[in-house]
Design a binder for this molecule. Sequence first.
Ligand code: ADP
Ligand code: MG
Length: 254
Amino acid sequence: MNPHTAHPIEENDMTITDTPLTEEGAAPAVPAYHLAGVTKTYAQKGRVVQALKRVDLDILAGDFVTIQGPTGGGKSTLLQLLGALDTPTAGQVMIGATDLATASRSELERVRASEIGFVFQAFNLIPTLTAAENVAMGLEPLGLDRAERSARVADALERVGLAERADHRPGELSGGQQQRVAIARAIAKRPRVLLADEPTGNLDESMRDEILAVLGALNADGLTLVVVTHDSAVAQRARRRVRLDKGIVRDITR
Ligand code: ADP
Ligand code: MG
């Protein structure tokens, strides 16, 4: 046996053995996002606005990250990049294994349709449709057959605690229940990541707690959460807290 050909194999074995394990000793931690030197510039009435300035950020699969900071700090801009809804002016954005800069349009469509769920401050439900029909809207791009679609709708409503309200229209539901329908619509596609922009901004305290309980349960089931929030009660539930001010990101986890 030639020792020179055997050697690299040993090295490969070492590399695999040396891969860090999570605390449970299970699979290695998988990155949901890797951002390096991300800058986003807008031209606004002849003025240049730097919404993000050389942002470096890594988010692991299964994490629960909140993004806080003043209005205009760049939070929504960052969320748009994480959602593959926009591209950076400079720098690298990796969504799992997909590089925003080099991915084809159809690859980005696939990522948006099946890997990322969105929730906003406004529930954006269609008032004439039932809860179940609203949730089914989130599945449209996937082209599932009817049986699979209704199984997923029922499962998503169950996970947000609204199985009994499937036939109710938004006007017959409280604000907290409407936001839970919006969450069900976002998770019915079974995304890897849920992005939320001020999900409790329109809700009173008890409804906010309802949403927090749902988000906590989804995260416990392995869903990665990135939540923009002004609400410190929401941020307290996160595993990791990030502040975004004037386009500069800072980790403020204590
Ligand atoms: P936040 O969500 O933290 O309030 P944004 O990401 O919405 O902040 O905005 C960051 C900065 O970028 C602000 O100065 C805002 O005016 C500017 N901005 C955001 N979106 C656009 C856009 N589409 N065109 C021009 N300027 C924008
Ligand atoms: Mg915003």
